[in-house]
Design a binder for this molecule. Structure first.
Ligand code: L3W
Length: 467
């Protein structure tokens, strides 16, 4: 266990509904004692009084959109497991590593019993008896708190054989990751759990729901998604959908970093809270540090296309590609003020993805590294105009149709439909290009200024394919 040199703040002020962070203000929010004093395990008791199908219906009715990035509804995902195939598994993805994202860590550190109760509710609903909790290796406190909570829950009869005197039995295994971003991708996580290299599997045709861990039906859900289940069982889906909007019900954990006065994690109402509220609202980030101007922001984790100040009034919605024209992925907002060196900021992101490429797909392994090297040259003032073209060319080998973003129209770019084309198995490669694509198309002058002194550079070498 231990503490962190940098502990992100969680801010509780302001009058708004709390679903997953309701216990956070208590110093001892992670203990079984506090959990019992605050309706803990009541959701499980309610679930056990219902049939599994009724519990599943309740979760389906709540439209809990997956909080890991894709926004796929949990209730629908559970229903995609083939009938009658056992054993089946629940894997909880706590391998949070998306740049700017640090919400699941707080949920594991501050309310581990809420997560465990959610696992039990899910296990009961879909008829499984084995859960794997996969926690990122760099989160020792989360690991310690979840491990302690698991031991407490076993001792109290919430986990194990004949839970609360019923014939429902579940085991929960804790697994500690070893520091690879790509293992947050669900099939790479499954490979890692099986003891293999953490490399994503091709999907489609086979999604984990049909063929997952050890070749068996497997549900992979994010920590925050599962953490909503206790509240839903206690209060009912009907109450849940009253919060937020019809397409994005409930709340969302948002982690804000960068040039704001108060970076931290906030539980916001889904679908109605705007980026302006989040960045400038007094109950959230309170504005840009030093009251400077906002230059751009990344709305949904490092993989998402960037937004400009003109997109501030868009609501935060748990949809993969909203009307907003960007993905709002993992709930991480990264804010850049007017002093930001945009090419350097995009290099920081590109470097991350290039470093984290698992190497399985050539376009990502080679392409992301090319992007990093070329951009590094540009940022250091050694690049030419040809390098800027090459960034697009190399990027297009990974992702021929980059994400649409709301600035497309303003810039005269054609909006691209989702899903975009990509030449890789998973999203790591395209994510490396997204940051560059956004930065280059939104702020071309900043790149031009870095290369102006060096001229056009060598002419492109003609390439003939297939001879
Ligand atoms: C059965 C079908 N299951 C889809 C399931 C699928 C998965 C879920 C969503 O990417 C995003 C990515 C990152 N039968 C199914 C089916 N499913 N069709 O639904 O699937 P998919 O492919 O849309 O997305 P994904 O692979 O889950 C996740 C983005 O998140 N991202 C990364 C976030 C990282 C973190 C973190 O570090 N914690 O959250 C950031 O935005 O780029 O777009 O379960 O099996 N026919």
């Amino acid at each position: 266990g231990g503490t962190y040199p940098y502990a992100p703040g969680y801010y509780d002020d302001g009058d708004r509904p709390r679903i997953v962070t309701a216990r956070f203000p208590h110093e001892d929010s992670y203990t079984l004692e506090r959990y019992h004093a605050t309706e803990g395990y009541e959701g499980l008791r309610k679930a056990l009084d219902m049939t599994p199908a009724q519990v599943h219906d309740e979760v389906r009715g709540a439209t809990v959109l997956g909080r890991g990035g894709a926004g796929f509804p949990a209730g629908v995902k559970w229903g995609l497991m083939p009938d009658g195939v056992y054993p089946r598994y629940l894997v909880v993805n706590g391998d949070e590593s998306e740049p700017g994202t640090y919400k699941d860590r707080l949920l594991m550190e501050r309310d581990p019993h809420q997560l465990i109760e959610g696992c039990l509710i899910a296990a009961y609903a879909v008829g499984l008896s084995q859960v794997f909790l996969y926690i990122r290796g760099e989160m020792p406190l989360a690991h310690e708190r979840v491990a302690t909570a698991l031991n407490e829950a076993y001792a109290a009869g919430y986990i194990g054989k004949n839970i609360l005197g019923t014939d429902f039995s579940v085991d929960i295994v804790l697994h500690w990751g070893a520091g690879a971003y790509v293992v947050g991708e669900e099939t790479a996580l499954i490979e890692s759990l099986e003891g293999n290299r953490g490399e994503p599997r091709l999907k489609p045709p086979y999604f984990p729901a049909a063929i997952g861990l050890y070749g068996k039906p497997t549900i992979v859900n994010n920590v925050e998604t599962i953490s909503n289940l206790s509240w839903i069982m206690r209060n009912g889906a009907a109450e849940y959908v009253k919060i937020g909007t019809e397409t994005s019900p409930g709340t969302r954990m948002v982690a804000v970093s960068g040039h704001v006065k108060r970076p931290g994690v906030f539980e916001i109402v889904n679908g109605t809270t705007t980026f302006r509220d989040i960045i400038y609202g007094e109950e959230f980030c309170g504005g840009i540090r030093g009251d400077r101007e906002l230059k751009a922001f990344v709305p949904g984790g490092g993989s998402a296309p960037w937004f400009l100040p003109e997109q501030l009034d868009l609501p935060f919605e748990s949809r993969p590609v909203g009307a907003a024209g960007s993905m709002l992925g993992s709930g991480a907002v990264m804010v850049m003020d007017e002093t930001t060196d945009v090419p350097a900021a995009s290099l920081t992101l590109v470097r991350f993805y290039a470093h984290e490429s698992c190497g399985q797909c050539t376009p990502c392994r080679e392409g992301a590294t090319w992007l990093e090297r070329i951009l590094d040259r540009v940022v250091k003032g050694h690049g030419t105009r040809r390098d800027l073209d090459m960034l697009f060319e190399a990027g297009r080998t990974i992702c021929p149709d980059p994400f649409p973003h709301a600035a497309s129209e303003r810039l005269g770019l054609e909006a691209q439909p989702f899903p975009f084309k990509m030449t890789t198995i998973c999203f790591v490669g395209p994510s490396a290009y997204t940051a560059i694509h956004s930065a280059l198309t939104l702020f071309p002058d900043e790149f031009e200024a870095k290369v102006a002194a060096n001229g056009d550079g060598p002419a492109p070498i003609p390439v003939t394919v297939g001879t």
